[in-house]
Design a protein around this ligand. Structure first.
Ligand SMILES: *[C@@H]1O[C@H](CO)[C@@H](O)[C@H](O)[C@H]1NC(C)=O
Ligand SMILES: *[C@@H]1O[C@H](CO)[C@@H](O)[C@H](O)[C@H]1NC(C)=O
Length: 339
């Protein structure tokens, strides 16, 4: 176990500078979601993503790219961005037109949705990998490999039809290949460098405890909440003394609006076992320290609150009783005797 913890620290601790600081593989991708309603109406949502962080928005009607961070341009010049905008806009118009044409040719029917994701992955020390994938009505439909479009195994005759149309545009295929297999990795490397300070920022987590819905009679669901941390790798565990308590379960990582992360770690235990347990949090932002929250103290907080509330309840009761007596004295003619 010590070995595991050491390994974790090696993974978590910021290393030397440059590429080693990022978890690999790192990807950049453009996503376009198109809803086709009829031959004259379609809606498009376009965005650019560095891993799980949105870096660009794309206004498809005008083909304008919006940079969401000061470093979203990477090291590309404004001229290069203008060329890219033109290329992507042209490609998008041609691509969407092929789907409209497929309806005219009775291969597809309105309404339908098409999702496109195209980008590249960097595997440091190896060649980068470009990819373009297309989904139709939420299922795999096409992909782009070796400069050609391929139908997905479950895409059926529709996918073959659309592929044939797309593959007939030979120049577009060359451009796409260049865009996603050459320009994209070059851009991604520059982007990682430009956004370094933000992408590698260290933000300390906050942690607190609560109980979840009771899993059954005599049992407790202990919840350890950890929020506001960056980067994403984190170690959270329910422990009994120095021992990891078996059965710890994690929620998914949820994003906070400020780009930090939130995680819940659950443990279903016998209520009597809970007292000896604590939640431990290790994160690169904490250095070699850890956050430890003891269930017992969390519970005694509950007792303190109870200890404050109970006298308040008693005082309120007393005040109410006195008031009633007072009212009775003021109006002696009242026919309701109190005692
Ligand atoms: C296309 O769909 C929109 C919204 O449903 C509708 O307002 C419009 O009239 C339709 N156009 C045609 C040509 O059917
Ligand atoms: C941007 O950075 C990448 C990676 O360091 C480099 O290959 C490229 O030449 C730089 N400039 C441009 C305009 O891409």
């Amino acid at each position: 176990m010590l070995f595991l913890q050491l390994l974790l620290l090696v993974v978590l601790l910021p290393g030397g500078d440059n590429k080693d600081d990022f978890q690999e593989p790192v990807s950049f991708q453009l996503i376009q979601i198109s809803s086709f309603y009829n031959h004259s109406l379609e809606e498009n949502l376009g965005s650019g993503w560095l891993g799980e962080l949105q870096t660009h928005r794309w206004v498809s009607n005008s083909g304008t790219i919006i940079f969401l961070w000061p470093w979203s341009k990477g090291n590309f010049s404004n001229e290069e961005w203008m060329d890219l905008e033109d290329l992507l806009h042209m490609f998008s118009i041609g691509f969407l037109q092929i789907f409209h044409n497929s309806v005219s040719q009775r291969q597809l029917e309105y309404p339908f949705k098409v999702q496109l994701a195209g980008g590249c992955e960097l595997h440091f020390g190896e060649a980068s990998v470009g990819f373009i994938r297309v989904a139709y009505q939420g299922s795999d439909f096409l992909s782009f490999q070796n400069r050609a479009w391929l139908p997905s195994p479950n895409g059926g005759s529709r996918a073959q039809h659309v592929c044939t149309l797309l593959n007939s545009a030979t120049v577009a295929r060359e451009i796409l290949h260049k865009l996603f297999f050459e320009t994209c990795p070059r851009f991604l490397t520059g982007l990682l460098d430009a956004g370094k300070a933000y992408l590698q920022r260290q933000v300390r987590p906050e942690a607190w405890l609560s109980t979840g819905p009771s899993p059954g009679p005599g049992r407790l669901m202990l919840v350890c909440h950890v929020s506001g941390f960056h980067p994403k790798p984190i170690w959270v565990m329910w422990m009994q003394g120095e021992q990891e308590y078996p059965g710890t379960q994690r929620s998914d990582f949820l994003p906070n609006a400020d780009g930090t992360w939130y995680l819940q770690v659950f443990l279903d235990v016998e209520a009597i076992e809970a007292a000896g347990l604590s939640c431990h949090v290790r994160h690169s932002s904490l250095g070699d320290q850890e956050i430890i929250l003891f269930w017992e103290r969390h519970n005694s907080m509950g007792l303190i609150i109870l200890a404050v509330i109970m006298p308040l309840v008693l005082l309120t009761g007393l005040a109410f009783w006195l008031r009633k007596r007072w009212t009775y004295r003021e109006f002696p003619s009242t026919s309701l005797p109190l005692e």
